[in-house]
Design a protein around this ligand. Structure first.
Ligand SMILES: [Fe+2]
Ligand SMILES: [Fe+2]
Length: 411
């Protein structure tokens, strides 16, 4: 096969893979990783066009990653740029034309855009070559893909070759369409959550985004210990993110008078609230896809406890009736699921949800200090939570800051 054919085949394979990814954050990561691998770029980032601005959404940097060591993720702030042609990314987004810059510090005088060296200064990095491309779907520009410091075979930084640029443009168009689809999925999920939030103001978009972010970090750490196949891990992370965002979506079906009631709930009110697990699961009963299956399990089981004292327990999720033969069902009280009876992804979301609730302000409590919240999680190991999941939680904890920075509460 000629060089061109091989390049084209590689791009098509990458694109097919991309179209399988549904979650937007997973997709951004995978677009960037693939584009970097294809161009042998040391670093890169993606900006997504949202509300007339360019939001910095994803970054990878091999050199900085190596300094940090394995398993740790780069901490970065998420900033936004105006959609103007004075920056490199802004220029690409407004003109729709790619920029292939051999040296960021040697731009021609009078050049309409300028390079912002702030990131280099902050992180002690040296940007040289840049390839910046528009992510353009049929509906227009959805973002910008920026690749930094192409490496040659000897590991030296070189300009991006022109033929690479050509292939990458094709890749960028397919990536843009996948991105648009993932944005739509995410916005539908967030709308479902907004509906639940009308009933329970605690269940905000920021909360569910953080719960999802922590959950996949915990899952990744857990899967590493269990030596789970890498492709399976990626697939599960893709589904788990969206499914865990929907853990409390069943609150749509619960009276907001009870959900918003300050102070203690009586027994019958609490019983009503418990129904949100079953109602949430009922939205995914059809189980058409792998996503539906996971969303079903997470919604149904995220309040089960490792020691068996959680809810809803062994009930028929369709009718709510206690399943006979599961014991402990005095006065129609179902026996709680216990230990490994609880699906692993629900065990993970349960820790993640509780941790974020502890760290958040509630009408009845101030947010916990981080150390106090961590003590609480540790204390519940083997009681509310699976001890192995708690271990994974602590292994993943250094990566939580990124998630919290990305999804702050908006007052
Ligand atoms: Fe819940
Ligand atoms: Fe929650």
């Amino acid at each position: 096969m000629g060089k061109e054919r091989a390049g084209l085949k590689e791009i098509i394979d990458l694109s097919t893979e991309m179209n399988r990814t549904k979650d937007i954050d997973m997709l951004l990561d995978s677009i960037l990783a693939k584009a970097r691998a294809f161009t042998n770029a040391d670093a890169g980032s993606i900006y997504v066009k949202e509300d007339g601005r360019l939001n910095f959404r994803c970054v990878q940097n091999e050199t900085l990653q190596e300094r940090l060591g394995p398993g740790r993720k780069l901490i970065h702030t998420f900033f936004t740029l105006p959609l103007s042609s004075s920056s490199i990314v802004g220029h690409v987004a407004t003109t729709g034309r790619a920029l292939n810059i051999p040296d960021a510090y040697a731009l021609e005088p009078g050049c309409p855009y300028s390079f912002n060296a702030e990131f280099d200064r902050m992180s002690d990095y040296r940007t040289t070559s840049i390839l910046s491309l528009p992510l353009e779907s049929n509906d227009g520009i959805v973002g910008v893909l920026q690749l930094i410091n192409a490496k040659n075979g000897e590991g030296e930084t070189v300009p991006f070759p022109a033929d690479v640029e050509l292939y990458l443009r094709y890749f960028a168009n397919i990536a843009a369409t996948a991105l648009e689809r993932a944005q739509l999925t995410r916005s539908i999920i967030l709308r479902m959550i907004k509906m639940a939030e009308m009933h329970d103001p605690k269940e905000t978009g920021a909360h569910v985004n953080r719960v999802a972010g922590y959950a996949i970090e915990i899952y990744e750490a857990w899967a590493k210990v269990k030596d789970i196949d890498k492709a399976d891990v990626e697939k599960t992370k893709d589904i788990l993110r969206m499914a865990s965002m929907l853990h409390d979506v069943g609150k749509i079906g619960i009276s907001d008078i009870i959900l918003k009631k300050p102070g203690r709930l009586d027994e019958s009110e609490f019983k009503t609230i418990k129904e949100h697990t079953r109602l949430g699961a009922s939205l995914f009963f059809d189980k058409q896809s792998d996503f539906d299956k996971v969303a079903f399990l997470v919604a149904a089981n995220h309040h089960e406890r490792w020691d068996g004292n959680g809810y809803p327990g062994h009930i028929d999720l369709l009718t709510g009736r206690v399943i006979d033969g599961q014991g402990g069902s005095e006065e129609g009280h179902p026996r709680g699921k216990k230990g490994l009876e609880i699906p692993i992804l629900a065990r993970i979301v349960s820790v993640s949800d509780v941790y974020d609730a502890l760290c958040s302000r509630r009408c009845y409590k101030e947010p916990y200090e981080e150390t106090r919240a961590l003590d609480e999680i540790r204390a519940e190991s083997g009681r509310a939570f699976d001890p192995e999941v708690v271990e994974a939680f602590f292994a993943a904890f250094p990566n939580f800051r990124n998630v919290a920075l990305r999804y702050p509460d908006t007052e």
